[in-house]
Design a protein around this ligand. Sequence first.
Ligand code: HEC
Ligand code: HEC
Ligand code: HEC
Ligand code: HEC
Ligand code: HEC
Ligand code: HEC
Ligand code: HEC
Length: 383
Amino acid sequence: MRVPGELKDRSSVAIVINERKPMRTYHIPTIVLLTALVVIASLLNSCSDLKSVQDLPTASSGALQVHDAGWLDTAASNFHGTILKQAQYNLSECATCHSKQFTGGTSGVACSKCHQYYPHPAGFSASTSHPQYLYNQNYPLGQCKACHGATYAGGGNANLSCMKSGCHVDANNVSKSPEACNACHGNFKAAANDLPSAAPPKDILGNTATTARGVGAHQIHLVSGAVGKTVKCQECHTIPTQLSSPGHLGTLPAEVVFNDTLARLTTGGGTSVPKPSYDPSTLKCSNTFCHGNWKVRKATSTSQFVFADSVMVGANDSPAWTGGSAAATCGTCHGIPPKGHLALAVSSCGTCHVGVVDNNGHIVDKTKHGNGKINVFGQEYAF
Ligand code: HEC
Ligand code: HEC
Ligand code: HEC
Ligand code: HEC
Ligand code: HEC
Ligand code: HEC
Ligand code: HEC
């Protein structure tokens, strides 16, 4: 016989999820929940670190339970994991009592009590800092797949796609994998197959300012080419062919490697062989052809009249990656005109270096400047 306000027995408040009825029809008075909370909280202290099946509290502990017997028994047909699987991991009903983030809510039982990562470990913030979390943990993507699906499209223990609208999609709302080259760095809204857009901004930690080392002078080299020819990714990095390529995912700073690059161009008839390097402590680049490590010798020139010395040389500048436009103003990579060149006014450069600069000293064709070729008198030839 039942007195109003008396605690109900377990079976009368059990939630039968596989019947797929709305939870609301099983009204549980607040007092039941609160009482259950107190009881459970004290009982559950003992297994706060519990992450293995053996240590689980069982229904036989005698605790007042909202869920049916067997809810925690992996062998039972109404084990919560089995029920959830059958319901395609629809967790929305669980969220009503265990809270949206599954941290406990009115039930007072956080899923993370037993599931080390349910749904996400401490330090994880879904909307803002999961990139930072991923980086800190060295990209435990297997974990994410277990709950968000093998291709991140849903399925798995949470059946929540990473590629739904507003999340991993490009500017045209086309789904893109969280493993797309421009997901973790570069332009997040660019199409998945747009490789140049994988360059920062944004950088790994989300920075977009050119004063951040991960961003620096990427765009000026790759896209706009402030004063000269654009540069390719592989001139400064080893490009991973896949996410798991050796040397790719790791600890910042990123590796700068001068592979297939104009930075190594040999000039001066073989006498000038630049050995470009990048110093991650000063963020400076040194000894690159591009920034002025080059030579033209009078002895082998067909235009000896233009020499004021036996060689003409660039300024071999060491620009800072985060130095902004000041790091590449006119005169930093070579004098105007270069050392060893007949001293001539800026207004005259365009007369001989026609098609490269105009008579105001402005570059008129960036593809001919910093392209590794001598451009003079309308001709183009090797150093
Ligand atoms: C109506 C509220 C409510 C809903 C809905 C609900 N729970 Fe609970 N759950 C509780 C309360 C209260 C407890 C603690 C008391 C108990 O164990 O019965 C709890 C405890 C649990 C426990 C731990 C049991 C233990 O003994 O430690 C698990 C596991 C659990 N719930 C899973 C789920 C899952 C999975 C869902 C969704 C399918 C869900 N719950 C939906 C209220 C709810
Ligand atoms: C008292 C401990 C405990 C709590 C609390 C708990 N679980 Fe579980 N859960 C388990 C155990 C044990 C398993 C079985 C693990 C295994 O088979 O590897 C499991 C399995 C599952 C599975 C099945 C995974 C699969 O696909 O095999 C899901 C989904 C799940 N739990 C969801 C939840 C949710 C959601 C909550 C919180 C509302 C929760 N669990 C709270 C102990 C718990
Ligand atoms: C144990 C299951 C589980 C694991 C493992 C897991 N997730 Fe989730 N994830 C969920 C659930 C459930 C939700 C929905 C609840 C929420 O928003 O917290 C979710 C939500 C998210 C959201 C927010 C989506 C939204 O709609 O706001 C992001 C982002 C996310 N997860 C990323 C990750 C990443 C990255 C990993 C791998 C480190 C990961 N998850 C691992 C279960 C999981
Ligand atoms: C002119 C040389 C240069 C080119 C070209 C270049 N990078 Fe970089 N990259 C750098 C430098 C320098 C850093 C900063 C290293 C450091 O932090 O010390 C960097 C850093 C990075 C980082 C790490 C960002 C972070 O968060 O720290 C990524 C990712 C990256 N580059 C991708 C690319 C991609 C993709 C391309 C081509 C689309 C590209 N880079 C082209 C020089 C270059
Ligand atoms: C899951 C996140 C993630 C994805 C997806 C990703 N990267 Fe990266 N990438 C990183 C991190 C983190 C770094 C910097 C870590 C380091 O340098 O060790 C990095 C660095 C780079 C760099 C700088 C050089 C280097 O290796 O340090 C290049 C170039 C690069 N990635 C290209 C790519 C390309 C191409 C793809 C697609 C095949 C890709 N990335 C996909 C996380 C990612
Ligand atoms: C980032 C380094 C850099 C900066 C800054 C720079 N130059 Fe150059 N410049 C070069 C290099 C490298 C060459 C060698 C030839 C080549 O590769 O095109 C060169 C060659 C030239 C030439 C010879 C024509 C040619 O292309 O062979 C002229 C003229 C010239 N620069 C003018 C200027 C003027 C004017 C400015 C400022 C608006 C300027 N440069 C700024 C790197 C630079
Ligand atoms: C009278 C014609 C003339 C004028 C004016 C002139 N140059 Fe040159 N310059 C040359 C010639 C010819 C060479 C190439 C010598 C060779 O190939 O041996 C040269 C070589 C150079 C080089 C190195 C090789 C290359 O082409 O990249 C640079 C840089 C350069 N000039 C910059 C300038 C600048 C800057 C001005 C203006 C201040 C200027 N020059 C004015 C004729 C001229």
